[in-house]
Design a protein around this ligand. Structure first.
Ligand code: HEM
Length: 412
């Protein structure tokens, strides 16, 4: 390990450049988080596998982050929302298993496959809406397609009524903006909480055939399975993770194809498949970039580096997909023909993403349908003017301006 710790840029302007600078310090390297908080970043694929599979690392900051339990992390820590929220991503051991079990059963391959017709229908409606755009007009594909699709699917599953969706999902969007002030972050969490509380109250009064009602029923049958704070934390988590990373996967894939016309040609002539393109996007443009937090329960040595007990560790998924030890000199190149597209962008081990099948289902329907309907799709701005999403936790674009050109009539 060499050099000074990399200071994380909260605006996420250069996720990959920053990842390379961190990696220069070794696969497990010191960083400094916004708020001046020292932490560790894991950029090596092998080291990340070890860290994510090691039961000696907890995800519960309230119990296992030394600086927090010793009162050195206050309400003014910019990522305090990621500490206080109680759900499976901030819990450990039996608590984690209990919370994960409550929702995981709704996302088995069979249950997800049953959603296929709904996803198709949502995609067709969104494309019809886009097709009504006046010729030549530039539209933000993120707002009009990449976001509404997963938002609709996850809100339908959790029974969130149409009229509250935008407001409830906004809380999750603001939560990943790592440039907001601690006061703004706290105000956002409080508002998000109130919005969700209203929603939960309405579901208690009138349960439906949805996953929120299932959680409420589990809580009613046996309160020890899910307390009120965990219920809210779980809803925050599911609605946000159900939307934001899928949105980034769709938007990042569209951007990659429109900026790499050679790859689009290979896709069209059948040299590569949509599955290849989606995997390559997950590798080269991991939708979740740099995720807080894990904490060793004792000193843990990974790749020759000892991470002391209780210090925060972040997994740098964006850098892991581009690990030159695995992908060689071309690791930074978007190339769907590469044989080894290995990445850990859905995580690994006991915390592996619950929603990966759903995310792949949505992307594998949304992307081909978009390019079939708008074969002459182009970017609405020069690539270098496309701004990144303001966050170091996610990896996406702020907006994705495109010109749709003529639509091919919808299939009957
Ligand atoms: C392309 C889309 C997605 C990506 C890249 C992604 C990525 C990830 C990653 C990297 C983790 C592991 C976090 C860690 O180990 O610290 C994770 C966990 C999780 N994801 Fe996803 N995710 C995606 C879509 C979804 C969807 C659609 C849902 C909801 C249905 C979802 C729900 C979850 C949940 C609940 C966890 C926590 C699992 C646990 O802590 O045991 N994700 N995701």
């Amino acid at each position: 390990m060499t050099g000074r710790p990399v200071l994380i840029d909260p605006s996420g302007r250069d996720i990959h450049g920053e990842g390379a600078r961190i990696r220069a310090g070794g696969p497990v390297s010191r960083i400094v988080l916004p708020g001046g908080v020292p932490a560790w970043s894991v950029t090596g694929q092998e080291a990340a596998r070890q860290v994510m599979a090691d039961p000696r690392l907890s995800k519960d900051p309230r119990r296992h982050w030394r600086a927090y339990t010793e009162g050195r992390i206050g309400e003014d820590f910019p990522l305090i929302g990621w500490v206080l929220m109680e759900n499976m991503t901030t819990s450990y051991g039996p608590d984690h298993s209990r919370l994960r079990r409550l929702t995981a059963k709704a996302f088995t391959p069979r249950r997800v496959e049953a959603l296929r017709p709904k996803v198709h229908q949502a995609v067709q409606e969104l494309l019809d809406d886009l097709a009504a755009t006046p010729a030549g007009e530039v539209v933000d594909l993120k707002r009009r397609y990449a976001h509404p699709l997963p938002a609709r699917v996850i809100c339908d599953l959790f029974g969130v009524p149409e009229e509250s969706r935008a407001q409830i999902l906004r809380g999750g969007e603001v939560n990943v903006d790592t440039t907001i002030s601690p006061e703004e972050a706290a105000a956002n969490v409080a508002q998000w909480h109130r919005d969700l509380q209203d929603f939960v109250d309405s579901k208690r009064a009138e349960p439906g055939d949805d996953l929120t009602s299932d959680l409420l029923q589990a809580q009613e049958e046996d309160g020890s399975r899910l307390n009120e704070s965990e219920l809210m934390g779980t809803l925050h988590l599911m609605l946000a993770t159900g939307t934001e990373p899928v949105m980034n996967l769709i938007a990042n894939t569209v951007r990659a194809l429109l900026t790499h016309p050679d790859q689009l040609r290979l896709l069209r002539d059948g040299t590569v498949s949509w599955a290849d393109v989606i995997e390559e996007t997950l590798r080269a443009e991991a939708p979740v970039a740099h995720l807080p937090f894990r904490f060793p329960l004792e000193d843990v040595t990974v790749a020759g580096v000892t991470i002391p007990r209780g210090e925060p560790v972040l997994i740098n998924f964006a850098a892991i997909g581009r690990d030159p030890q695995v992908h060689g000199e071309t690791a930074d190149r978007f190339d769907a023909t590469r044989a080894d597209k290995s990445h850990l962008s859905f995580g690994y081990g006991m915390y592996r993403c619950i929603g990966n099948q759903l995310a792949l289902l949505e992307a594998s329907i949304a992307l081909p349908a978009l390019f079939d309907r708008f074969p002459d799709l182009t970017l609405g701005l020069p690539p270098e003017q496309i701004e990144p999403q303001v966050t170091f936790i996610m990896n996406g674009v702020a907006e994705l301006p495109v010109r749709l050109a003529a639509a091919v009539p919808a299939a009957a």
